[in-house]
Design a binder for this molecule. Structure first.
Ligand SMILES: Cc1cc2nc3c(=O)[nH]c(=O)nc-3n(C[C@H](O)[C@H](O)[C@H](O)COP(=O)(O)OP(=O)(O)OC[C@H]3O[C@@H](n4cnc5c(N)ncnc54)[C@H](O)[C@@H]3O)c2cc1C
Ligand code: FES
Ligand code: FES
Length: 1325
């Protein structure tokens, strides 16, 4: 029998080349095969679970039945190697290369500045490339849909969309150039001045898309498919066997004999289960070649769809039927299409099957409630025969279980046509609009007999309201046979409320919100049904409000910046929007990141074992079982560390590996070394740790305050006399604000490779760190060797945002111990889940504030207390505390101001540096306080902000003198550019017209201090070599992590050496070229390193002066050669001794910053008050960044922090949100529909290179404007409910918080659970 066959040869193609694999392991996914076996490292791994799109590839298959070739994008991380028989795979390397021909997609994303750290870029390229293969002139909607499953943490998507937009048919106009206006809108672009404006890129220079240039489908595969004699295929791995039967008969026999074996179709459920839950299936059945599973049959009653059809195929089929059938027959089809459009990502829908979705029986499946409400049924088959089973409430038995018997196979699904008088709708609400599982999802159907409003039949199903898809049958009973009117519906809401109850500690949390959503959806359904009945002249009632979807058309972005002066040489790139120097390598997948470095002989992989307890004594560590496993070589424990076993910070010690006690879940305990990643991870899972829990772990900030669990010192600062001032003010307002933490979610997880050189304890360390010298010193101390034996290198980092400093050094120390002990190269690359668990993030903050103000809006006294949840180690928390207090005045001149801040010690993983370093938290609290003052005075918040803003020569609360002139200019310009007054009036008008849809606007300033308050960090060095051929190699101490630092350094060197940038190369950052580096952070990288590069280049240029004078007409190359022959050194070290900054906390005064960067942002949102969903309609930013070195700057991604990203911890301190499925960073769907950025003109900055200003961190806070715009919209909704004045809305403003804050009559129906009477599912840390 075929199942007993030993193993077959797997045959498929990659990038036009045939691949045959005798030992295909069912556990191997295409991603690891590409990266580890074929060394095609362009395809990246960002999550391993289908949630980020970094691994996107194109799969092409020949369909013998239709003789067509099908191309679809897929996530290589979930694509089993064994499933690829007969397929042609295209990876980013197969699309184009800098050596031969760059593909237009690669070129356009790169040249439109859509690739910063570049880690997401190959995935973006592949999604877009696949779309173009299927549709060479896509619409904007196609583009946003196809990119919805591709996450980018750096660019904010705007430039990526701008680049991709140039392929749109409707784009044959100027608007894609970053200039904003479209020539189709009139003759505006004929205007000379308009055309003269500098642009970020020039689409005229783009290569045309030429489909004839693409790789052809391998003829051999066509022949293979046409002539294949059907026979089963078998592959055998280490632990699992894969059998792919070729006929239904064979499939049934296999399943009868192996009822527990799963059927793997798209592998989007089974795959993550194996990977993340460690499930082992001795046998996997892959029925993708069983034709009956893909059959589609239309009948007069509806359509039978094969269970094996992918969700994309189902969508296309339904769309086709929509066109062929009268509207009244396709109600259910349209509801399904709507759900399918938002289900998962394009990559997921392309592989996930209809049968798989049904059989996975996820409680929040988007299809099952609609299929059930739509009276669908399924046909199942087993050796015992066929039967039909209705898809109703009895079908879904429990979490992940249906009533089908284990040996039964779902053959097809019947989707009926709707009848006249039947309406079907689907609604869903998810944490992110796209590529996100629903919080609650529903399918609703009602049937009226002709011309009547009396309900003949009704069916309502919900997902997300329990362990299964649930039927609201009692609610249906309350509706059936009654008139569809206010009275019936109002009773239905009450019944629904009683029927769908969630316990207060229900898994998934959000209990009140989920219950509110059930009502909201029914309410929306009601409005739609009423509208339809009215349209059909069955009723004449006025429909309260027509439900429209939120707007979603993304418009071309606008960026305005100043031309460089006319006198500037053409070859001088400073001030011009030069493309990221590696963007093309990144877009072609050639760019090398740490884990792309080829493995060395005998290399080992290191996997970490972490604590599963928050506070416990370690009673035992049993590694014996792990050591028995295949491939496992050794286990590293604290006893193996030859040198220092701890890292010190601010007077506190942090153990590298816990020895006797653990103080958080995720603390590092030991590390397993093995020959492969899979073996190391299996080994780590087999280590047994004994614990004895210790009492009273502290998790929340409140608990820490109650127990005075703080890291010392606590800081405070005061200006004026706050206590006295409160006695003289007209009004006092007190409040509390909580801002959640944030995960860095750099796309490249923590990665390192330590290679022993083999003599004199010398090590080469390749590490994705933004502070190489710190890592170098830490490794040297851990190994007890001098720093000169450790050389740290990094070429580029796939994003860092502050998260690749402290924990990276600790991980590198452990990896180095392993390399030292085994004398072999050791690689450690964290999985996304491990990374999120271990490395901490932004500090959550709880703040209490008090504002004293006058009736006219002047705020005379402010008192704020900040408490940060710092976690189990101090890390950089004290420095964050200080930065909070140095910024909490933001842009305002409060005469009396007091701030106190403390870092709370808790039993959570320690938090660390994060872009903004506490400033976003500090400013959020303050701006929220100002909003409260405005609400208390019933005045617009912008008036209160403007009235209290610094003006004229100013001095901060720490006695730092500065001019706020440019801050004021940004404010005025922003108000003008965004037409603030007119739009606010329009928003108010809109709000009067709409009860359930509200618009909100906000304008918020930022003042951000640049440079390190720790003065010694304000230094930098550079090493510049000129080679005999005239090429120049620049090294400096900063790291390239997407911010374009290397590009800017290239620009600096080009200007100073008076040569084109193309002659300058930057290979890497390394501690043997530039020692004692400072971290790349504090928005100071360009300022410090730029000055060092400038210094070195100026010295070199001076050295060449005599030679230039001798031969003024000579070329650069001739001067360089002459200098060499004249024995002039062509290598120079440059150095920059930055400003001597300080802060005296005793005296509460200092000069901790070199200067301030200013910015102002205005944002408008539209809110769906029934679901908390919103869309950013327009964003305008005016930023003062001096004279920009490179105006293709980085703005975006601030949005996520304030509106989306939410960390959730269990009551035992375990982080639940350990991947993109649970933790949502912004996606393409979150881009503002209009996004305009203006760089303030005529701004100078004497304190930084070429009058520029640091920009990296300051703009982040501007994302908070979306939060305050949402709050404004919520306030409008509340006033319709008769609620006025300050109200609480914590950050991030998630749909849950927004919906509940709107306090509509529907949410008011939900009884609040009594705090303290239950254990919530998640902690409020
Ligand atoms: C990143 C991501 C995002 C997602 N987002 C959403 C979302 O927003 N909404 C949503 O509803 N879902 C979502 N999903 C879930 C996804 O839709 C399901 O995992 C998918 O439909 C399952 O189909 P599959 O073919 O991949 O199943 P597989 O993983 O191949 O199999 C799943 C299960 O179904 C069984 N099975 C499959 N076919 C049959 C059959 N014919 N007969 C009997 N048993 C069968 C298998 O035995 C197995 O137990 C998401 C998944 C991922 C990974
Ligand atoms: S790595 Fe495959 S989707 Fe993230
Ligand atoms: S450029 Fe997209 S993640 Fe960095």
């Amino acid at each position: 029998m075929s199942a007993e066959k030993e193993r077959d040869m797997l045959c498929f193609f990659i990038n036009g080349k045939k691949v045959t694999e005798k030992n295909a392991d069912p556990e191997t996914m295409l991603l690891s095969f590409l990266r580890e076996k074929l060394r095609l490292t362009g395809t990246k791994s960002g999550c391993g679970g289908g949630g980020c799109g970094a691994c996107t590839v194109m799969v092409s298959r020949y369909q013998p039945a239709t003789k067509t070739i099908m191309h679809f994008s897929a996530n290589a991380c979930l694509l089993p190697l064994c499933s690829l028989q007969g397929a042609a795979v295209t990876t980013v390397e197969g699309v184009g290369s800098t050596k031969s021909r760059i593909h237009p997609v690669q070129e356009r994303i790169a040249k439109a500045h859509g690739s910063q750290c570049g880690f997401c870029t190959p995935g973006m390229v592949m999604s877009m490339y696949t779309l173009l293969r299927n549709k060479p002139q896509p619409s904007m909607e196609d583009i946003t849909q196809h990119l919805a499953g591709n996450l980018c943490r750096c660019t904010g998507y705007r430039p990526i969309i701008d680049g991709c937009r140039t392929f749109c048919q409707e784009e044959n106009c100027c608007q894609a150039n970053g200039a904003g206006d479209c020539c189709l809108n009139g003759d505006k672009n004929d205007d000379e001045a308009e055309r003269e404006k500098p642009r970020l890129f020039n689409k005229e220079e783009f290569l045309p898309l030429d489909p004839t240039q693409e790789l052809i489908f391998p003829p051999e595969l066509i022949l293979m498919s046409e002539s294949a004699s059907p026979q089963s295929l078998t592959f055998q791995g280490e632990r699992m066997r894969w059998v792919s039967p070729s006929s239904l008969q064979e499939l049934l026999q296999l399943k009868t004999r192996n009822p527990a074996a799963p059927l793997v179709m798209g592998n989007t459920n089974i795959g993550p289960d194996i990977k993340f839950k460690g499930t082992v299936h001795p046998l996997i059945i892959s029925p993708t070649r069983v034709m009956e599973l893909f059959e589609v049959t239309q009948t007069p009653q509806g359509v039978w769809v094969g269970a094996g059809c992918s969700l994309s195929e189902l969508q296309s089929l339904l769309e086709k039927l929509l066109l062929q059938s009268p509207q009244e027959k396709t109600e259910l089809f349209r509801a399904l299409i709507q759900q399918l459009g938002n289900l998962g990502s394009q990559q997921i829908r392309n592989v996930a099957s209809l049968g798989g979705n049904i059989m996975s029986a996820f409680p929040n499946s988007d299809l099952n409630p609609v299929l059930a409400a739509g009276s669908c049924r399924v046909s199942v088959i087993s050796n015992g025969g066929r039967r039909e089973v209705p898809l109703d409430q009895n079908f879904f038995v429990s979490f992940g279980k249906t009533i089908l018997k284990p040996e039964e196979i779902l053959l097809s699904v019947f989707i009926p046509f709707s009848r006249k008088g039947e309406f079907v709708r689907a609604f869903r609400q998810a944490p992110r609009k796209e590529s996100s599982f629903s919080t609650v999802t529903t399918g609703m159907r009602v049937f009226f007999s002709e011309g009547s409003r009396v309900v003949q039949d009704v069916s309502i199903y919900y997902g997300g309201m329990g362990p299964t898809t649930v039927s609201a049958s009692k609610t249906c009973q309350a509706i059936i046979s009654r008139r569809w009117d206010e009275e019936t519906l109002s009773r239905a809401y009450d019944v629904l409320l009683e029927e769908l109850v969630l316990p207060p500690s229900a898994p998934g949390g959000k209990v009140e919100f989920r219950r509110a959503l059930t009502l909201s959806f029914l309410f929306k359904f009601n409005l739609e049904v009423l509208q339809r009945l009215r349209d059909m002249n069955v009723i004449t009632d006025e429909v309260p409000e027509k439900m429209q979807p939120l707007p979603k058309e993304i418009q071309p972005s606008l960026q305005e910046f100043q031309h460089v002066s006319k006198s500037q040489s053409e070859q001088d790139p400073v001030g011009r929007p030069m493309m990221h120097r590696s963007a093309l390598s990144q877009a072609t997948g050639e760019a090398v990141y740490c884990d792309d470095i080829p493995t060395t002989d005998g290399e080992l992989f290191l996997a970490l074992v972490t604590s599963s307890r928050a506070k416990a004594r370690i009673t035992g560590l049993d590694v014996s079982e792990a050591l028995q496993l295949p491939g496992v070589v050794d286990v590293i424990t604290v006893k193996d560390i030859p040198g220092k076993k701890v890292r010190e910070m601010c007077g506190y010690e942090e153990e590298l590996l816990a020895e006797s006690e653990v103080s958080c879940v995720g603390q590092l305990l030991c590390a397993v070394l093995a020959d492969t990643r899979a073996h190391a991870r299996r080994g780590a899972a087999a280590v047994k740790v004994g614990y004895e829990d210790l009492p009273e772990p502290i998790f929340t900030t409140e608990e820490a305050i109650e127990k005075s669990s703080f890291y010392e010192p606590l800081r405070s600062i005061e200006r004026g006399n706050v206590t006295e001032a409160f006695k003289t003010v007209d009004q006092i307002h007190e409040g509390e604000f909580r801002m959640g933490g944030q995960e860095h979610f750099y796309m490249e997880t923590q990665s390192m490779l330590v290679v022993p050189v083999g003599e004199e304890t010398e090590f080469n360390v390749y590490v994705s760190s933004q502070y190489l010298s710190f890592t170098q010193d830490a490794i040297a101390e851990t190994l007890g060797i001098p720093s000169n034996r450790v050389t740290c290198h990094i070429k580029r980092i796939g994003g860092a945002f502050g998260g690749k400093v402290f924990k990276t050094a600790i991980l590198a120390c452990i990896t180095s111990v392993a390399a030292w002990k085994t004398n072999r190269a050791v690689r450690c690359v964290l999985e996304r889940g491990e990374d999120m668990l271990i490395t901490g993030g932004r500090h959550p903050v709880l703040a209490k504030y008090k504002a004293g103000f006058m009736q006219d809006g002047r705020i005379m006294a402010v008192d704020i207390q900040y408490f940060m949840n710092a976690g189990n180690a101090v890390d950089e928390s004290i420095l964050v505390v200080e930065k909070i207090l140095l910024h909490f005045d933001n842009a305002y001149n409060f005469p009396n101001l007091r701030g106190r801040a403390a870092a709370c010690r808790t039993n959570l993983p320690s938090n660390t540096a994060f872009r903004g370093f506490g400033v976003p938290q500090a400013l959020m609290v303050l701006e929220n306080m100002i909003n409260d003052v405005a609400m208390a005075l019933r005045r617009p918040a912008d008036q209160i902000r403007e009235m209290n803003m610094y003006e004229g020569p100013s001095i901060t609360h720490y006695k730092f003198a500065f001019s706020p002139e440019n801050l004021r200019r940004c404010w005025q310009e922003c108000k003008e550019k965004c037409e603030f007054s007119a739009r606010r009036n329009a928003a108010q008008e809109f709000n009067l017209q709409h009860r359930w849809r509200k618009r909100g606007m906000a304008i918020v300033p930022v003042k951000f201090g640049v440079a390190f308050a720790e003065s010694f960090l304000n230094q930098a060095a550079a090493l510049v070599h000129i080679y005999k051929d005239g090429s120049v190699l620049v090294s400096h101490g900063g790291t390239e992590m997407g911010q374009g630092l290397h590009t800017k350094m290239q620009q600096v060197a080009s200007r100073e050496l008076h040569i084109p940038a193309s002659k300058i190369y930057i290979s890497e950052t390394s501690t043997n070229t530039v020692p004692n580096t400072s971290p790349s952070g504090a928005s100071y990288g360009t300022d410090a390193n730029g000055m060092a590069v400038k210094d070195a280049c100026q010295i070199l240029y001076q050295r060449l002066e005599p030679i230039r004078k001798k031969n003024p007409k000579g070329s650069w190359e001739s001067w360089v050669m002459a200098a060499f022959l004249d024995k002039i050194s062509l290598s120079v070290t440059g150095f920059y001794r930055g400003p001597d900054l300080y802060m005296d906390w005793e005296k509460m005064e200092g000069q901790p910053y070199a200067y301030f960067t200013f910015g102002v942002c205005c944002c408008e949102v539209e809110l769906d008050c029934l679901t908390g969903d919103y869309r950013t309609v327009r964003t305008d930013i005016v930023a003062d960044i001096g004279k920009s070195v490179n105006p293709s700057m980085d703005i975006g991604q601030g949005l996520g922090l304030f509106t989306l990203e939410e960390l959730k911890f269990s009551p035992a301190g375990l982080l639940y949100t350990r991947g993109p499925s649970q933790y949502k960073i912004p996606g393409v769907c979150d881009v503002p529909l209009h996004f305009n950025v203006y760089l303030l003109s005529n701004s100078d900055n004497p304190h930084a290179i070429y009058s520029s200003k640091g920009i990296g961190e300051p703009v982040l806070f501007l994302g908070s404007t979306a939060f305050f715009a949402i709050k404004d919209a919520v306030s409008a909704a509340r006033s319709d409910s008769g609620l006025f004045g300050p109200f609480s809305l914590n950050s991030p403003a998630t749909p849950e918080r927004i919906c509940l804050a709107c306090n509509s009559p529907l949410t008011q129906k939900i009884p609040a659970s009594k705090p303290g009477s239950f254990t919530p599912w998640a902690l409020n840390i």
